[in-house]
Design a protein around this ligand. Sequence first.
Ligand code: C5P
Length: 223
Amino acid sequence: PADQRLRGRRAIVTSGPTREPLDPVRFLSNQSSGRQGHAIAAALAELGAAVTLVTGPVTLADPPGVDTRHVETAEEMLAACRAALPADIAVCAAAVSDWRAAAPAPGKLKKDADATPPRLELVANPDILATLAGLPADRRPALVVGFAAETDHLLEHARAKLARKGCDWIIANQVGPGTDTFGGPDNTVHLIDAADMESWPTAAKTEIARRLARRIADHLETR
Ligand code: C5P
């Protein structure tokens, strides 16, 4: 399109699930499809931004015109984000696994004779959003955006998340019974910053992504 308002800007977008190995053939992961994150990467690129998309395993094609980096684990995702710095914009849409196995088994975990299940010790993964938001000022992207999937008390939880993660905006979406956010084509979101909340009408994830990209361009122009 003619609107190239993000030309000269660099963006990092995370998308999809992460996959944390338990042994060489098993892993811990989640249902994220990557649809919203991939659409955001594409929409930022449409407005002229140079976009690095860091994605976990998804079935989606790499968006055209986007430098796409494929990773599996949260630690790999964080390393790929760091490697993509500096950036003006970071949008963390990935569903990062909160935990990983403390020590993935080097060989396939075996059922032993009395079939005692193995005990899995988990450790916390790095928080990519909080890490990017907490970078020293000279390396921190000017606008850091996170997502919050909430089933209740949406605004309250999103505000708390904004503060805890140190990011600038939270895109909150309602998930759970009656919604089809995970994997579905549509999304209902609210944009929350320290001062305000905007509620956007339910729309296709591609449309939400374009609106967010335009909103980001507006914001960068007026600061
Ligand atoms: O804490 P919670 O998982 O609800 O936060 C969601 C937001 O934080 C999303 O933007 C997600 O991409 C980001 N996140 C992250 N790294 C993690 C956990 C969450 O970047 N380890």
